[in-house]
Design a protein around this ligand. Structure first.
Ligand SMILES: *Cc1c(COP(=O)(O)O)cnc(C)c1O
Length: 451
């Protein structure tokens, strides 16, 4: 082992009842490599900070989620939620595994087409679809999930001018016992709006009602809510069959299963508290199987899971810039990545690990990013050993939403690297440059003079 760095002695107040350096092990473990590739090498080759994704973990997550459902139910289809992470390489992994694409904007729709996904395997969700976007989706035979009556009318109008009969589903919101209610998307179940929309579609004869959809929330901690939701969608499908003589092909339960990240303020780590995909699968599939459909009438079950399939496959590697003492004596660590590239630090207590050996003593500290903004806090409070400027840290479970919600603000966005199953590394998004950002800018002639 290398010689450990010298750490200068200091005096520290002991807090009664709290684990301290005499009370127990810190529990901090170094993370020196990811899938067998050294953190140091990754930073040397791709810069700091850098996002790293594990292809092995993504495939493992997908396969175990697919297995959880397909071993319990005969007809299962996953659709990758693009907004969770729409880097091309990431989408292709899911598509290779058999996932369709689930998109929520025209931009994401174009990305799915660009990735080679056939139109009839694209689910088009979201409350804001333009006429042109809907037209393209109809021509491509995509599955359009209707959010509101305006959209329904838009589709009815478009169906007059186009050859294809639009294939649509109704997005349904409902009371699942989880509050506040997510009732802003789709049509409400309890007040009868969902049934009105559904009958309007069927009665029109101009649209093909193929599915029913819900996405009841995100990072859902209760499986019961999915049982209630599945039951309500089944009731709609069943009534549609018996009262309108129209059979529904699929029930889409959306996403929302939690990753094992720990929410801020949670008493126990997410790892120990969140239900597993198997738990969700059990509730959803048993509801569908026991509802009373004839075997041949069982709807296909579609899932649009996002975060649960990729969060733990993502890492953010960075470096320590400086140590500080705040006015009240608390320690602070400044690192080279900010909340602008790690949005999820607003609601998760991300695990931050040193990437090299360290002394056993730990101290409570805050971790700040490099932005000149008070909100740039990666962790308000975390116990870590002494880290010196230039040392590396690894932030874990950051694969979901960070690489789509990140923003270019004060600093440039870093590279993203994929480690494949043979432990080879691939650059899948280059780090941004000043030229890349300024490419979109124009300066009017009268402002070109700097004098
Ligand atoms: C965001 C979203 C998803 C994915 O949600 P997760 O919570 O990441 O699983 C699925 N479906 C729809 C309609 C969404 O908006």
């Amino acid at each position: 082992m290398e010689k450990l760095p010298y750490e200068k002695p200091y005096i520290k107040k002991l807090h009664g009842g709290v684990m301290n350096k005499f009370g127990g092990r810190s529990g901090v473990q170094p993370v020196k490599s990811i899938d067998g590739v050294l953190v140091r090498t990754l930073i040397e080759n791709y810069g700091s900070p850098v996002f790293v994704l594990s292809e092995k973990q993504i495939r493992k997550n997908y396969r175990s989620a697919y297995r959880a459902f397909s071993t319990r139910y005969p007809k299962v289809q996953f659709a990758w939620s693009y907004k969770t992470n729409y880097l091309k390489a990431v989408c292709q992994i899911f598509h290779q595994e058999g996932s369709w694409a689930e998109v929520v904007s025209g931009f994401e729709y174009q990305k799915a087409i660009g990735n080679g996904i056939p139109g009839n395997k694209i689910i088009f969700n979201g409350p804001g679809k333009s006429n042109d976007e809907l037209k393209t989706a109809i021509e491509n035979d995509s599955l359009i999930h209707i959010d509101h009556f305006e959209e329904l009318n838009q589709l009815l109008a478009l169906s007059e001018e186009l050859a294809n009969k639009p294939r649509v589903a109704i997005r349904v919101n409902m009371d699942t016992g989880v509050y506040p209610l997510w009732d802003r998307f789709g049509f409400n179940y309890e007040n009868g709006e969902a049934w009105t929309a559904l009958s309007k579609v069927v009665d029109s004869g101009k649209l093909q009602l193929v599915g029913l959809h819900c996405h009841i929330g995100t990072y859902m901690l209760t499986t019961d809510a999915y049982g209630i939701a599945a039951n309500k969608l089944c009731a709609l499908a069943f009534n549609c069959q018996t009262q309108l003589n129209h059979k529904i092909d699929y029930i889409d339960m959306g996403g929302g299963f939690p990753s094992t990240n720990t929410l801020k303020g949670a008493y126990l780590p997410g790892q120990d508290t969140v239900p597993s995909v198997d738990d969700f699968a059990e509730v959803i599939t048993s509801t569908l199987l026991n509802f009373g459909f004839a075997n041949e009438d069982l709807p296909t079950l579609i899932l649009e899971s996002g975060r649960v399939l990729i969060d733990d496959a993502g890492y953010l590697l960075g470096s320590v810039i400086a140590n500080k003492r705040l006015s009240a004596g608390k320690k602070a660590l400044i690192v080279d990545f900010g909340v602008n590239i790690l949005f999820t630090s607003f609601w998760y207590e991300h695990q931050v690990s040193p990437a090299q050996d360290f002394m056993p003593h730990t101290e409570n500290m805050a971790i700040y990013g490099p932005l000149c903004m008070n909100i740039d806090v990666i962790r308000e409070s975390i116990n870590l050993p002494l880290l010196n400027p230039g040392d590396h840290v690894v932030v874990h479970k950051v694969g979901a939403y960070n690489m789509t919600q990140w923003m270019q603000f004060i600093t440039l966005r870093p590279a993203v690297v994929l480690i494949d199953e043979q432990q080879r590394t691939h650059l899948i998004r280059s780090n941004e440059t000043l030229a890349y950002i300024e490419e979109q800018e124009l300066v009017p002639t009268h402002l070109k003079n700097t004098k």
